[in-house]
Design a protein around this ligand. Structure first.
Ligand SMILES: [Zn+2]
Length: 612
């Protein structure tokens, strides 16, 4: 037995899934997905095949020819779930498992109509990273295994489905990239018995966490010949406006990393309950609607998700112990894309704002914590419980240190070779290091890669990204108590990120008069930019500034993005009145939050008690 992934029952001595075929029906009334999955093992096999499941009901297992396959579910484990062991008869190349999901499946979030923009239809979306594909289908739920996939998904006739895949007929016709040929509703979607069957195919091999499905009242707008945005009808216009520049961004990324390998780059704007900013599902990035600022000031997030098309989706972390390979490279790449599009100052601001997130994450863990190490050892640890900015921002700083050590030109050539060497594979930190050593001998030792990768906290001499512009803003903010205020003319020239950076560095709590001045000066409470808005609401909550509370309540009732829930509920922990407000709001809003978001808020509120 060879278990390479601490979060999966995958056994490297057993056959691997090469292709996976899903045939399921989405049942909104019972909040279950039911059907079958066919695992194609690529060659006749025999003996045990261990799959991951969590909360799944298994109905049957057979060979493709219909012969029964003996199966048994193991004991439930809190993190991994239950092992499904199939005992394959000799010569089994394909095995079919019939299953049904649980309404509690953490990988599926079912939204009531009132949680959507249109308020008339329910909505379903999946989020499988890090280890939740097993809550929707039995599979080898580890990034080590990559498979192509196809799917037939039956949904209510008035709804549409999208996946991290192409519509099947586009792939069959050999034109997955043809404009106007990417809508899954075209062709295969005839309504029968009030239901519609949609077919998808994913021709590039992906790990299970990149399988994705969303079902709702969706429509789309073309942005370029290879890109369109999907959203509810009420949101699609704003989304198309926000992402109009997407083709330019794809081209900037291609200039750095080589051709975009996934044919199309489409995006789906979800309802606000989505717990993340974005999820890099290939061909169909999932996005929070909180990026729709109206002025394109938050499209940086799309640069991040798009960069994952290379770092993460093309070259993938082998397990969650190497998550920094996905996120560190992607944050670094995102800032290179920003620099290419908007110049050095914009990239510097990105690094500085990231510094704040990193500092906050480091502060959440005691000094020396194993969770501030880049190459982690998460056996027995739920990756969702230790999700933080560390693999992102510390990882990106390590990549930047490598870039500085050899110079940009050489490093960019290295990155191209790295993508080339490992495309469509899943690798470990150790494999990365061996490749680094073979391509750039001595560099790992020169930058002390060992300390970066294996020691907690930040290495001494880690780069700090500063610019004159940012230092001026920081100093202005930090001199607030001494009466320093920006003049109206000065502040009028700030962009959203500069305002955000300034707000991040203000002391708190602030006096009521200070809050009033800020709110009036920068029109903060009605802000459409959620980064600025939520930073402001955190100041207001920490300062017990009541005029902002109606907006705070509105945000917490609708938005499920963990990045905002954590600081906002945290900021309400400062005094008994806001603590009581937080508890009442959570009781009201929790049923609409994703299970992950609920867990984050519960963790934050548990620390209220500790403070008393
Ligand atoms: Zn990412």
């Amino acid at each position: 037995m060879s278990r390479l992934d601490p979060h999966s029952f995958f056994d490297a001595d057993q056959p691997r899934t090469r292709h996976l075929s899903l045939d399921v029906e989405v049942d909104f009334a019972h909040q279950v997905v039911a059907g079958r999955v066919t695992l194609d093992l690529g060659a006749p096999s025999a003996g045990p095949l261990d799959l991951d499941t969590k909360g799944l009901t298994i109905a049957a297992a057979t060979t493709a020819a219909g012969a029964a396959v003996p199966w048994a579910l193991g004991a439930e484990e809190p993190i991994r779930g239950r092992r499904l062991r199939l005992d394959l008869p000799a010569g089994t190349a394909r095995v079919v498992v019939a299953f049904e999901t649980s309404p509690e499946a953490i990988g599926l979030q079912w939204l009531a109509p009132q949680q959507t923009a249109g308020k008339r239809h329910p909505f379903l979306f999946t989020q499988f990273q890090p280890i939740h594909a097993r809550t929707m289908l039995p599979c080898q739920d580890t990034p080590i295994v990559r498979a192509t996939y196809e799917a037939r998904v039956v949904v209510p006739g008035e709804l549409t489905a999208v996946m991290s895949a192409a519509p099947a007929e586009a792939v069959a016709s050999g034109a997955p990239n043809a404009s106007g040929h990417a809508g899954p509703t075209e062709g295969a979607g005839a309504v029968e018995d009030g239901r519609r069957a949609l077919r998808f195919a994913m021709p590039q091999p992906v790990p299970s966490y990149l399988i994705a499905l969303a079902v709702g009242d969706l429509t789309s707008r073309d942005l370029s010949p290879r890109s369109r945005v999907w959203a509810e009808p009420a949101t699609v216009g704003a989304a198309a406006h926000e992402f109009a520049g997407i083709e330019e961004m794809i081209r900037a990324a291609e200039r750095m990393f080589g051709p975009y390998e996934w044919d199309r780059y489409d995006m789906l704007v979800l309802p606000p309950a989505f717990p993340y900013g974005g999820m890099e599902n290939p061909r169909m990035t999932f996005l929070t609607p909180t990026v729709l600022a109206g002025d394109r000031s938050l499209v940086d997030l799309v640069a991040h998700e798009m960069a994952h098309s290379w770092t993460g989706n093309l070259v993938t972390n082998a397990t969650m112990d190497h998550f920094w390979l996905n996120e560190g490279f992607t944050v670094w790449a995102e800032r290179r894309i920003l620099e290419a599009l908007h110049g050095e100052e914009a990239a510097a601001l990105g690094w500085a704002i990231g510094q704040n997130a990193l500092d906050e994450s480091l502060a959440r863990y005691p000094a020396g914590s194993p969770y501030t190490v880049l190459r982690t050892h998460l056996e027995g640890v739920d990756p969702d419980d230790v999700y933080s900015s560390v693999p992102y921002e510390k990882g990106a700083r390590f990549v930047a240190v490598l870039e500085r050590a050899v110079g940009r030109e050489r490093f960019d050539r290295f990155m191209r070779r790295y993508m080339d060497r490992f495309r469509f594979t899943s690798i470990t930190t150790e494999e990365f290091l061996a490749f680094l050593e073979s391509e750039l001998p001595g560099v790992a030792a020169r930058v002390d890669a060992d300390t970066w990768l294996h020691q907690p906290d930040m290495p001494a001499g880690a780069p700090v990204f500063r610019s004159k512009r940012l230092e001026a803003l920081r100093s202005l903010a930090e001199r607030w108590g001494a009466g320093a205020r920006p003049s109206r003319e000065e502040a009028a020239g700030w962009n959203a990120n500069e305002l955000l950076f300034y707000l991040q560095h203000l002391p708190r709590p602030l006096e009521e008069a200070s809050c009033r001045w800020l709110d009036a000066q920068f029109r903060l409470t009605p802000q459409g930019n959620y980064e600025v808005l939520c930073e402001w609401l955190a100041i207001a909550a920490a300062s017990d500034y009541e005029p902002a509370f109606p907006r705070l309540r509105e945000v917490l009732r609708t938005v499920g993005r963990m990045k905002y829930l954590r600081p906002l509920y945290g900021a309400m922990g400062g005094n008994p009145r806001t603590r009581a407000m937080a508890r009442a709001l959570f009781a009201e809003a929790a049923p609409g939050y994703h299970a992950l978001s609920r867990r984050v808020v519960e963790g934050v509120m548990a620390r209220y008690e500790g403070e008393k």
